[in-house]
Design a protein around this ligand. Structure first.
Ligand SMILES: [Zn+2]
Ligand SMILES: [Zn+2]
Length: 274
């Protein structure tokens, strides 16, 4: 706690080293880490990141994340097909997902959902893939990790209709408003914030983060994308989840260590991590 007090008094937040942050959403299998993946992970674990949740976006990347989880004890896997790749979720892919989902280090199905911003798969295909994967999670009794871009109302309707939150779940990189966040919490979801919370023009995420119950908030990097300030525009990595937590601490006027502890505990609870 000494470090916290120093941070509050001197404004030297940079010196605080919380030991137990969890990055609840990272894409370590991405080719952006092809050359230095092990270094990036060692840097995170040495720098205060306790656990990393590595998320797939298609079958190949889901297989890679399971392989990484087998290699690194503190890395956990989430497997699923992203709405961008919804058209690749055929019968065979769905069976493979089922198989992967039974692996002991697979903690959730994701990232799944709807992306009406980029529309890289037809919307109807996205809806079908989303519902089909919610069913996989239900059959496996696992939580879900949801991607929602410009499809807030429909994502909420589908989650309600399919009871998508029955085993818990995470709305990752949340970009909606406070009423939606509160509705999702009612459906059993946790709300995760990424780098955009730290951006200078961030207004909505800051407002949401200010008002949600702290026991429902998580932090993530979504690396290699969305690097937080002051690293915006660069390649992101799990160590930088600290910057998101730092911003959340500032918004909630709490010591960084407390925010680190709470968000890590929340992630452990929703994903049943040890
Ligand atoms: Zn996403
Ligand atoms: Zn992601």
């Amino acid at each position: 706690m000494g470090a916290c007090r120093r941070a509050e008094e001197g404004g030297e937040l940079v010196q605080v080293e919380p030991r137990m942050l969890v990055d609840s959403h990272a894409h370590i299998q991405d080719k952006a880490f092809a050359r230095d993946r092990d270094e990036v992970l060692q840097r995170a674990f040495a720098g205060g990141i306790d656990k990393i949740v590595c998320v797939g976006y298609d079958i190949a990347s889901s297989e890679q994340t399971v392989a990484l989880a087998e290699t690194y004890p503190d890395l956990y896997a989430v497997v699923g097909v992203h709405p961008h790749d919804a058209r690749t979720l055929d019968q065979r892919a769905q069976e493979r997902l089922h198989q992967l989902g039974r692996h002991p280090k697979v903690v959730a199905i994701g990232e799944i959902g709807l992306d009406f911003y980029r529309d890289l798969s037809p919307r109807d295909t996205q809806r079908q893939a989303f519902v089909a994967q919610l069913a996989v999670a239900r059959e496996l009794g696992k939580p879900v990790v949801i991607h929602d871009r410009d499809a807030h109302q429909e994502v909420l309707e589908i989650l309600r209709r399919e009871r998508g939150g029955r085993n818990g779940g995470i709305m990752h990189c949340f970009s909606g408003g406070l009423p939606l966040a509160l509705d999702l919490i009612k459906e059993g979801f946790h709300i995760s914030f990424a780098g955009p919370l730290t951006f200078k023009n961030a207004r909505r995420p800051v407002e949401v983060a200010a008002h949600l119950p702290l026991e429902r908030i998580l932090v993530e990097t979504d690396c290699p994308y969305l690097a937080p300030e002051p690293f915006r525009g660069k390649r992101n990595e799990p160590l930088l989840v600290k910057e998101v937590a730092r911003k959340l601490a500032e918004i909630r006027r709490k010591p960084l260590e407390e925010i680190a502890y709470l968000t890590a505990r929340n992630t452990r609870q929703v994903l049943a991590l040890p």
